[in-house]
Design a protein around this ligand. Structure first.
Ligand code: NAD
Length: 336
């Protein structure tokens, strides 16, 4: 199939071409994000391949459908950036990569917890500048601490497993109870208890209408003073204004973000020579107890290989009329 690939970096190019060796699709690689303005690049391509910050909203899909597109292939698990109902009405199939390396995201989450606690980001800079003082670097033992995990799917269960081995007590909230977690000794509780009992809270649920701005002022007010909050899931799970208020008051003692609600204007690009206009983001980076990575939790060799292999196989399934296991059904639409 002829496929227009958006938001392409060199690594996407390399991994997709390698995965395509036995499939023979024709990829055209474009650097811009997909949106209504850039959709013209995909005119005449039956396949359009996109990532987390591309926008396949209804007008964009209408434009693409009128010019022959019949497949949107997501190179990620989340599909909050695609209007699934509009796609279905226009006869465009949507496929995704439901799992590529839950280990990558779980391990990055643990890295953020350790870095925030033991302040590696600050220690690294100090030592390079010849400052060997330990003042301000004191952490706490993770052993014996209580961690609340919201969302115990593929990634959440791995985070629970790793933290169990550190000697943490694990609380969890999910709309479904994962028997793997129960077997690990994880205690399922209501959200209020996650907030009131946890020293560390880590988010691993998808962005849906029910989870949009889940971490609000009301939720933060219920948390322990000095709580550590980590989000490697989707930016809009957190109300950034509320979190800034929580950081300023000391209620939030540590914040780790791999995702940010308005990240599509920032992440994956080198903006080091640009004046960033997002004042909320810029305020967040000023706090010494905030660690932000630019949506890199997924970014391992294994994950990129799996993403490319599944994406190419998905496109082949649709092209050959085979039943694709990774088709997104309209009723599973989420917001974003
Ligand atoms: P998953 O589908 O395996 O698990 C998600 C879990 O969330 C499920 O158990 C589900 O029941 C639960 N859930 C759904 N609605 C909920 C709600 N209202 N409250 C609490 N729990 C709820 O997904 P996963 O593979 O574990 O991924 C989790 C999230 O991580 C994804 O949704 C995605 O947004 C994010 N992610 C981020 C990166 C990254 O690079 N930062 C990479 C991959 C995935």
């Amino acid at each position: 199939m002829k496929v227009a690939v958006f938001s392409t970096k060199l690594y996407d190019h390399q991994f997709l071409e390698a995965a395509n060796r036995n499939h023979h699709h024709e990829f055209a690689f474009f650097k811009p994000h997909l949106n209504r303005d850039t959709a013209v690049l995909a005119a005449g391509y039956p396949g359009v391949c996109i990532f987390v910050n591309d926008q396949a909203d209804s007008p964009t899909l209408e434009y693409l459908a009128a010019r022959g597109t019949r497949l949107i292939a997501l190179r990620c698990a989340g599909f909050n950036n695609v209007d699934i109902n509009a796609a279905a009405q226009l006869g465009i199939k949507v496929v995704r990569v439901p799992a590529y390396s839950p280990y990558a995201v779980a391990e990055h989450t643990i890295g953020m917890i350790l870095a925030l606690n033991r302040k590696y980001h600050r220690a690294y800079n100090r030592v390079r500048e010849g400052n060997f003082s330990l003042d301000g670097l004191m952490g706490f033992d993770l052993h014996g601490r209580t961690v609340g995990i919201i969302g115990t799917g593929k990634i959440g269960v791995l985070v629970a497993q790793i933290l169990k081995s550190f000697g943490c007590r694990i609380l969890a909230y999910d709309v479904y109870h994962n028997p793997e977690c129960t077997a690990l000794g994880v205690e399922y509780v209501e959200l209020g208890e996650i907030y009131s009992r946890s020293d560390i809270i880590s988010l691993h649920c998808p962005l849906t209408p029910a989870t949009h701005h889940l971490i609000s002022t009301e939720a933060i007010n219920q948390m322990k003073s000095g709580v550590m909050l980590v989000n490697t899931s989707r930016g809009a799970l957190i109300d950034a204004h509320a979190v800034i208020k929580g950081l300023k008051s000391g209620k939030i003692g540590y914040l780790g973000l791999d995702v940010y609600e308005k990240e599509s204007n920032l992440f994956f690009e080198d903006l080091s020579d640009v004046i960033i206009q997002d004042d909320i983001f810029e305020r967040l980076v000023t706090f010494p107890n905030v660690l932000i990575t630019a949506h890199q939790a997924f970014f391992t060799e294994e994950a990129l290989r799996n993403i490319a292999d599944t994406t190419v196989a998905n496109i082949t399934d649709i092209e050959t009329g085979k039943k694709c296991p990774n088709l997104v059904e309209p009723e599973r639409q989420v917001v974003g």
